[in-house]
Design a protein around this ligand. Structure first.
Ligand SMILES: Cc1cc2nc3c(=O)[nH]c(=O)nc-3n(C[C@H](O)[C@H](O)[C@H](O)COP(=O)(O)OP(=O)(O)OC[C@H]3O[C@@H](n4cnc5c(N)ncnc54)[C@H](O)[C@@H]3O)c2cc1C
Length: 501
């Protein structure tokens, strides 16, 4: 069959870009800007979602969004694990009642909220010091409303006897911090677009909390040492695998994540990312690991380990850069940051009560938290599901991989074990330093610098939302002030704030 040049060009226009990229060289539709997002977690998927919402009647309104994910599934640190056929959250698990973006995603996409099961709600908590439980709450083994109320009341009294009014001061500290955070949901008219994490945190009144450790902050608000060394330590070890030397802000977020009304998404939190991506007209490249990002003239060239290359007007890095190997040209400079590794081990079996000096496994609290002592080999152990009195699924958090010998000490029966090593969240310090949102003078953006403030699903969404506004506002300015199509102009962004969008 002979094809005329006109027929060929017609055919080419009809072919989708994905078909054209089969050869490994991606030929993009150049008439609309291309936004490339590296990472399909809640951060990257939020950027895509909010870009679509905010870019109508802007230079980006008909942009193409390409998303790259090195793994075969979306969601990143939102991921489930299957143990003996049952599914559990393996990474980001719980959401706060005031995580309004997450709530919106769930409602918008008809996902189902999962509230803690009766067993999770009525479970006893114990604080283990390596030799004994220094504190234990009561657990209601069956959830009967009246019994349940008494148990909860007894626990309140019991907690108050041990920690006194410090508990009230702790909850007021957490409430104040949450209130400040709520400013990030204010209307677009009153809320600026931020071009730095520092500016974003200063505006909401949270910045100073990144300058002091949680321990210092809690001493300033007059919490007793006992409360800080016990309950607060247990919580920071569970939520961030770290001690009370994390920043005051990461600490407050961690404490907020241990209050009431917590929830998750039925079937897995990762579905929020999946839905956001599906509804944002994104071309998703799974199993496509980006190995280099080069700024070439007026665009970025992204190369993947598969040998494909992509031409992008805007590039958004939506993954922590600390442990990934992406080469940037020209090179970028960001403050050094280390990730805290959390090893999540899932065991189907039965805990060994003897390890805790107990006769019966029913005497061991359903959630065992630990004090900050290097000799204690785990941060926490919790029951995820109880099949019978002698058959349960547990989650163990440790800072190092849980060895078989440790698990054999902790468990008398082990029928299935699943190990996951997470590069989980930053190692928090005070004072914190932040990498920029804008990594070069053009359109290279970094969502996960916000993780130095706090790492949660919601904070990634909040950072992603601001990022979408920042891109739209800078891109619009660039386009309006430049004769070349989209790029090549730099705008001074020292103010920390942008208006509109
Ligand atoms: C064990 C654990 C427990 C947690 N518990 C909670 C909790 O209870 N509540 C809560 O709110 N948060 C929790 N978190 C934190 C929360 O999960 C994260 O803050 C959040 O999911 C981060 O989302 P993200 O999109 O910013 O990053 P990620 O989810 O890490 O997404 C980044 C994505 O980028 C991909 N990627 C990386 N490099 C490349 C590359 N070169 N090319 C292509 N793709 C690449 C990765 O594969 C990943 O999918 C927990 C985290 C862990 C690990």
């Amino acid at each position: 069959m002979n094809l005329s040049p006109i027929t060929i060009s017609l055919l080419l226009t009809l072919l989708s870009p994905s078909l054209l990229s089969i050869s490994g060289v991606s030929v993009e539709d150049e008439s609309h800007p291309t936004v490339c997002i590296i990472g399909s977690g809640i951060g990257g998927s939020s950027v895509a979602h909010f870009l679509r919402n905010y870019s109508t009647s802007t230079a980006l309104s008909r942009s193409r969004i390409l998303m790259f994910e090195r793994h075969e599934r979306v969601g990143g640190r939102m991921r489930t694990v299957t143990v003996s056929g049952d599914t559990f959250e393996a990474g980001g698990s719980i959401l706060h009642p005031k995580n309004y973006h997450a709530r919106d995603f769930v409602e918008r996409f008809n996902l189902t909220v999962r509230l803690p099961s009766a067993i999770e709600e009525s479970s006893a908590v114990g604080i283990w010091d390596g030799k004994r439980f220094v504190f234990k709450t009561f657990g209601a083994s069956v959830k009967i409303p009246f019994v349940d109320k008494i148990v909860s009341w007894m626990n309140d009294v019991y907690l108050f006897v041990r920690y006194g009014f410090s508990l009230l001061r702790m909850s007021s500290f957490v409430e104040n911090t949450v209130d400040n955070f709520l400013k990030y949901y204010e209307s677009l008219e009153t809320r600026p677009v931020f071009d730095s994490v520092e500016g974003m945190l200063k505006w909401s009144g949270l910045y100073n909390l990144t300058k002091v450790t949680l321990e210092e902050k809690l001493s300033e608000v007059q919490l007793s040492t006992l409360l800080v060394n016990e309950l607060v330590t247990v919580i920071t070890r569970i939520n961030y695998g770290q001690s009370v030397l994390i920043s005051g802000l990461a600490g407050a977020v961690s404490l907020a994540g241990s209050g009431g009304g917590l929830w998750s998404v039925e079937g897995g939190n990762w579905q929020m990312a999946a839905k956001l991506i599906n509804h944002s007209d994104v071309t998703l490249h799974l199993n496509e690991e980006i190995k280099s990002v080069s700024h070439i003239g007026s665009y970025y060239e992204l190369k993947s380990t598969k040998g494909n290359s992509f031409k992008c007007d805007v590039t958004v890095v939506s993954t922590p850069l600390d442990e990934v190997d992406i080469q940037f040209s020209p090179a970028i400079t960001i403050p050094k940051r280390e990730l805290q590794h959390t090893h999540a081990t899932f065991v189907r079996g039965l805990l060994n009560p003897g390890y805790f000096g107990m006769k019966s496994v029913s005497d061991v609290p359903a959630l065992v938290g630990t004090l900050e002592d290097p000799l204690i080999p785990f941060s926490s152990i919790s029951i995820l599901r109880k099949y019978s009195a002698t058959d349960m699924t547990y989650k163990i958090f440790t800072r190092q991989a849980a060895s078989d010998s440790l698990l054999d000490e902790l468990f008398s029966v082990r029928t299935e074990t699943v190990w996951i090593d997470w590069g989980a969240y930053p190692k928090y310090h005070a004072p914190e330093v932040f990498a920029p949102f804008i990594l070069d003078d053009h359109h290279l953006y970094y969502v996960n610098t916000f993780e130095n403030a706090a790492s949660t699903m919601e904070t990634s969404a909040v950072s992603g939302e601001n990022m979408a506004r920042l891109i739209v506002s800078r891109f619009r300015t660039t386009k309006e002030s430049s004769s070349s199509p989209y790029l090549d102009t730099t705008r001074s962004c020292n103010s920390g704030l942008h208006s509109n969008v």
